[in-house]
Design a protein around this ligand. Structure first.
Ligand code: NAD
Length: 244
């Protein structure tokens, strides 16, 4: 283990005034959330790229809703890991100002962090394709599929950004602003290849922020990282916290 990287990361964070965290799917891997690429019984014969698209949904909304409700049912038992607990404490102590995440699992909100920018939406919510009404999945009648809007009886879809869809403009603009204002950006568990999200650490760097990266392997962000910690998120964050 590279203690020097841990110490340097802790020093940057201790001296920061505007710490922002940016994460990808690797942040939730230690909580046991299956990545899209993992083999998963029933659904292994479907590729996410074939289900998480508007075309797939319009072709077979019942199939796509069954896949999402299956993922949501697994999420119910998921607990935020030790790394989430550290970030939640930093947030409550005022050290961490914002989280920008590509994840749709809602684990940051579950951890008690309120300033969370969910670039790709949240699978615990649905939105009506006709009147744009948004609701938590919990509040909707799931006795028959696809889910129907309680307001206008339109077709409801998962409130996530699917492959090939643009991000919500106001969400990405807010994320860019938060990145520009940060002085330290902690990048955790992202390959940095999904755009436009992947611009975020580059924007922070360009505006003078220090970049700390936590990943089990090098990524497209590593070349601009001031500190690279080659550990799992659940191991790295408690260690950095220890040296804070
Ligand atoms: P990604 O492109 O963000 O890549 C995952 C990264 O995490 C890789 O660089 C990998 O080396 C790293 N990693 C893996 N385990 C780690 C760990 N324990 N600690 C630290 N780093 C670790 O993710 P993707 O799977 O290619 O997903 C593409 C899109 O789908 C993204 O928008 C992603 O957020 C989304 N997605 C979200 C979830 C979720 O909400 N939990 C799950 C799967 C996919």
């Amino acid at each position: 283990m590279d203690i020097d990287s841990i110490r340097r990361a802790a020093k940057y964070i201790r001296e920061s005034e505007n710490l922002v965290v940016f994460t990808g799917a690797g942040m939730s891997a230690d909580s046991g959330i299956p990545t899209f690429r993992g083999a998963d019984g029933l659904w292994s014969r479907y590729r996410p790229e074939d289900l998480a698209t508007l075309d797939a949904f319009l072709r077979d909304p019942v199939l796509v809703w069954r896949w999402y409700l299956w993922r949501i049912s697994k999420l119910k038992f998921v607990k935020p890991h030790k790394g989430y607990k550290v970030l939640s404490r930093w947030y409550k102590e005022g050290i961490l100002k914002y989280v920008i995440t590509q994840n749709v699992d809602g684990l940051f909100i579950k951890s008690g962090i309120k300033e969370v920018i969910e670039l790709h939406g949240n699978i615990l919510r649905a939105k009506c394709m006709s009147c744009r009404y948004r609701a938590s999945i919990d509040s909707l009648d799931k006795s028959s599929l696809p889910l129907i809007c309680p307001r206008c009886y339109g077709l409801m879809r998962p409130d996530v950004v699917w492959f090939g869809e643009p991000l919500d403009e106001s969400v990405i603009e807010t994320a860019y602003r938060v990145a520009r204002d940060s002085d330290v950006m902690l990048v955790i568990g992202t390959s940095g290849v999904v755009y436009p999200a992947a611009y975020i650490p580059f924007i922070a760097k360009e505006e003078g922020a220090k970049i700390i990266e936590v990943n089990i392997e090098e990524s497209a962000i590593t070349s601009i990282s001031d500190v690279f910690i080659g550990l799992k998120a659940a191991e790295a964050l408690p260690l950095v916290d220890k040296y804070l």
